[in-house]
Write a new protein. Structure first.
Length: 204
């Protein structure tokens, strides 16, 4: 009789690529639930746009501030975050891909929606999506070797700061007029502070 393999621990189920798989499943389930609740028309799609903007912000915040959080708080949770930030970043890319799909659905189905988007927003958002796609495609060791670590780092640093700027432009102005957006602005401010913490210790 062969010995049965020990079941994976809970932590092991949320390491590496499994994070992307579970995140994708949760995002698809959330989208389906919202569309079932609010309908597949304009109202339902707009709800999905807002919801995926928030999930994207959470995933991005975790990846963006991972190193700073580790320097600030030496705990298993921050060690896990630093170890898995690549996969948290890929989860952000998937969330934002669903967000883009919802926006394009509004463009295709709602008369006048495309005209309501300013050229600055369209160009800035389009540029951010190009960078997100490039970062997602190069989030693997093979890409690092082929591109070269210096160019890879330049791409990812540029992409992260551009996306951060897009989030700031999206939420900061709204927070000044709508208290519902204050938590988003506060999260962005906290992300920036943690990201810019001085390096005092090696990140594991």
């Amino acid at each position: 009789m062969t010995e049965r393999a020990a079941p994976l621990s809970t932590a092991a189920r949320f390491e590496g690529p499994a994070i992307v798989g579970w995140s994708s499943l949760a995002l698809v389930a959330m989208t389906a639930f919202l569309l079932a609740l609010h309908g597949t028309g304009e109202e339902g799609v707009r709800v999905v746009v807002r919801a995926t903007a928030r999930t994207s912000l959470v995933f991005f915040a975790a990846a963006f501030a991972a190193s700073g959080l580790r320097r600030l708080w030496r705990a298993p949770a921050t060690a896990w975050l630093v170890r898995n930030r690549r996969y948290v970043g890929l989860s952000f890319a998937i969330s934002h891909a669903i967000h883009l799909a919802a926006i394009l659905t509004l463009v295709a189905t709602v008369p006048g929606f495309a005209g309501s988007v300013s050229p600055v927003t369209a160009i800035g958002g389009g540029s951010a999506y190009v960078l997100i796609a490039l970062m997602a495609l190069t989030s693997n060791d093979t890409a690092v070797r082929r591109v070269g670590r210096r160019r890879w780092r330049a791409l990812h640093l540029t992409g992260m700061w551009v996306v951060f700027g897009i989030f700031v432009s999206s939420y900061l102005g709204r927070a000044l007029h709508n208290p519902n957006y204050v938590p988003h602005a506060a999260l962005l401010a906290a992300m920036l502070i943690v990201r810019l913490l001085p390096v005092r210790a090696r990140v594991d």
